[in-house]
Write a protein that binds this ligand. Structure first.
Ligand code: CMC
Length: 422
């Protein structure tokens, strides 16, 4: 076995630690006995150098700009597969056969309806509450309706728990939106595919027909696929951390939803459009780029940069293409696209951004498509939640099935007072 040697130069003591091979990407040094051997812990601000688990779900090569779900490139999945096929792939490890897909899709349809009592919850919220606050509360409430999932043991139970939440998330997100708008809550339509049903629930009224085009369903479906999983990002790590304590799986997902809300993470999609609006015109772009580069200004170019991608985010590439394809069919706001293109053009050639490998990420492009689909800005991050729920649950199930997994309990470097008396 290959090993890695750590030497403490203060006393010359050294110890060897096993190197564990990865199938793709960097190998990892197993330092679980570091403190026992050398009496120190590692310090890794932001955990950017730390592998917190072993996983066979998603792989990212940030240098190449590559993203694989269960080995399949994201570009192929977004173009050739439906979102629910991708959900099946993530949860089961393989793409479904036609028969498996029919059964999986059918079981999802049946579970779209939350308990009727849960609808009352929405009346308790003010109309102007942020949809992320309402959605996270609704999912939290759902854990009270399904306490049978607190002690999930078998594969069958895991699937039941996961399918229930994936199926209900669009319903809860649509209720959140409808409450916010003062619209009556309507029931899911059992006759429609997952994504079409979500668009229906966002648009429908108790009477009259609801227009939803195939192009819109395909665009939203691809967006869900692009958001489905992203290995150990902040919200997924949060889900794993909470899950490691033995909390209810839906409580772990609620924690993930709240982590996703932040503008450094999933909340960026809402901020990108707000920022493009604030820039206002192509002529103003230079001024804002200058602000983003100023070390004394905390203004950041939203939708740029990524902890892992030091190249184009492959999801962003797919979305950029999709946005341009949809420009005419969906009536995408061309003023915002013009500003976005100018921002992109300058940032991709400016030394500040080039030197720091700051490329557009997924959130830079998703907002313009959401707007074209008639979705209000504060619903952008809840849509990210719908797509990501399967990733959070797949990662949680993986954690639960790993017999070696311990409760997450990091250490610290203490810099406070030494012991003192009152
Ligand atoms: N605009 C201007 N400067 C930036 C930006 C930006 N968007 N992002 C990073 N930098 C600079 C940063 O100031 C730092 O400069 P210096 O070396 O001079 O101090 C350098 O680039 C490295 O940045 P960092 O903050 O150390 O990088 P990080 O890996 O900790 O942060 C990030 C990654 C995504 C939080 C950050 O790039 C950011 O805040 N971007 C804007 C928000 C955004 O678009 N978030 C969505 C991420 S993708 C969706 C998702 O997966 O959630």
């Amino acid at each position: 076995m290959s090993t890695f040697t750590f030497t403490d130069n203060r006393n010359g003591k050294s110890a060897e630690f096993p190197i564990l091979n990865s199938v793709l990407g960097a190998d990892v040094v197993d330092i679980t006995t570091l403190n026992k051997e050398l009496g120190v812990y590692t310090y890794d601000n932001g955990l950017s150098m730390t592998g917190s688990c072993q996983s066979d779900i998603t792989y990212i090569d940030g240098g190449k700009g590559e993203l694989l779900y269960r080995g399949y490139p994201i570009e192929q999945l977004a173009e050739k597969k439906k979102y629910l096929e991708v959900c099946y792939l993530l949860l089961n490890g393989e793409l479904p056969t036609a028969e498996q897909f029919v059964a999986f899709e059918g079981s999802m349809r049946e579970k779209r309806f939350p308990n009727e009592g849960l609808r009352n919850l929405f009346n308790a919220f003010p109309d102007d509450g942020h949809p992320m606050a309402v959605l996270s509360s609704a999912v939290s409430a759902l854990s009270a309706f399904h306490h049978q999932h607190l002690n999930v043991q078998s594969q069958e139970e895991y699937m039941d728990m996961a399918i229930r939440l994936i199926a209900k998330m669009p319903t809860l997100a649509a209720y959140t939106y409808r409450h916010h708008m003062g619209y009556p809550l309507i029931y899911p339509d059992m006759d429609r595919y997952f994504t079409e049903n979500f668009l229906y629930m966002m648009r429908a009224f108790p009477t009259g027909s609801t227009e939803i085009s195939d192009v819109e369903v395909r665009a939203m479906d691809a967006i869900f696929t692009l958001h489905a999983d992203h290995e150990q990002n902040a919200s997924t790590s949060t889900v794993r951390l909470v899950g490691s304590t033995g909390a209810h799986p839906y409580a772990a997902v609620v924690a993930g939803i709240n982590a996703l809300w932040g503008r450094a993470h999933g909340g960026a999609n809402e901020s990108v459009i707000a920022q493009l609006e604030m820039i206002g015109s192509v002529e103003n772009v230079d001024k804002f780029i200058k602000k983003a580069k100023d070390p004394n200004d905390d203004f950041r170019l939203m939708g740029f940069g990524h902890r892992v991608y030091k190249n184009f985010d492959p999801r962003a590439k797919v979305l950029r293409k999709l946005r341009d394809e949809l420009r005419d069919t969906l009536g995408i706001n061309s003023r915002l696209i013009e500003i976005a293109n100018k921002v992109e053009e300058i940032a991709l050639t400016d030394e500040y951004f080039v030197k720091r490998n700051l490329y557009p990420n997924i959130d830079f492009y998703s907002g313009t498509i959401f707007e074209a689909l008639g979705i209000k800005r504060n619903m952008f991050t809840p849509i990210f939640v719908i797509g990501r729920t399967v990733g959070w649950l797949t990662q949680l199930i993986e954690l639960k099935k790993d017999p070696s997994q311990k409760i997450f309990r990091p250490r610290q470097r203490y810099v406070g007072h030494t012991k003192r008396d009152i």
